[in-house]
Design a protein around this ligand. Sequence first.
Ligand code: S3P
Length: 445
Amino acid sequence: MADILTIHGGRALRGQCHVPGDKSISHRAVMFSAIADGRSRIRGFLDGGDCRATIHVMRGLGVRVEERSSTDVVVYGVGLHGLQEPADVLDCGNSGTTIRLLTGLLAGQSFNSILNGTEQIRRRPMGRIVDPLRLMGAQILGRQGGRFAPLALGASKLKAIEYTLPVASAQVKSCLILAGMYTNGLTIIHEPGPARDHTERMLQAMGVPIQTLGRTVHSERPEEPLKPLDITVPGDISSAAFLLVAGTITPDSQLTLLDVGINPTRTGIVDALSEMGAKIRYRDEGEAAGEPIANLVVETAELRGTTFGGERIVTMIDELPILAVAATQARGRTVVRDAQELRVKETDRIATTVSELRKMGASIEATDDGFVVNGPTPLYGATVSSHDDHRLAMALTIAGLIAKGGTTINKAYVTADSFPGFEATLRALGAVVQENTESRSEGEA
Ligand code: S3P
């Protein structure tokens, strides 16, 4: 893994490739098959740091997980009530999905557990899961009254609640769906926006009686054991997004991205780029793991500035750093609003995206809940930092593909959190991306 990446732009990108398996689906597949009855097989598993953390914690709970290869995983399910008290603190690494979903799964168990993670995880808000879980009767202690990890969960009997999520968050929704499966009633969750629904789809496929009625999800204790999974995880549209923007803004390019998940709760970025003028087509639509998939074809296009806000933001929340890169090449003003959630991701992505793109010459301003970009502006090679944020590292790499002069990205090893092989994939498509280990001071050209 590279400490730093150096990118020399100006090359057309052409060809076809797969992107790694979907991160959200990979986490859920391991977690849910752990509480199924029997053996599950998960192919196309995302071999990244976050999903490895989920395997690690499920093992800590007494689940046998066999890695036939780094992307082919077998989970020996222990049943809904078969998890065991962990002998140690469960280390969720850098993964928000792991700690938030797992807290829901463990809050209603008959044993105690402690969840922790990296320094970055300990800064991310946990009150959003702790508050409703406490309403369900969960015993949870955490720093600052439970607002931050580490979280200590005491054995508890949970009761069903009706709850309106204060933010549109799939992690919080999924946490409560899982907790709801350990109560004797009907847990009713109202969501303010269309957060990704992979939990609902996968649990339904496993026989759990989850119901979705508009923006309301019902969760209850399953009468029958969960059926094991045998799935191939679709390619991650959040990873594909970097290549969609690369294919759009680099001259004379055409790319085909194979077997990418196009779940409508995730395709906000395709809609947004298309509205800006991008040429993206779906080919050979099909299904994998109960999710819609397609091959995505993208070619170079001229973009125009556009305004994005409201409830659609949740369907492209992870793609906003790369959307900012696209906006630097769009004619006119691009405005992203209602995206305050960006401030509590792996980094404050409003602050980090703005500060790093500015070093490259972008005209981008932060607002409280998003950013404003004026374009098009030429970008210039600079030395920038990922701030240990995988999506920022990749967004800056794509910016480097159209910059004049070389771009150096410090702390670039984080790309492997969600897109192992990112650099090699870009090289195979024609980009000049060098990986090395000597770091530079930031701001240097
Ligand atoms: C995820 C949900 C989103 C997303 C994250 C993955 C999930 O987070 O940003 O990368 O797998 O449920 P929030 O639930 O905090 O919006």
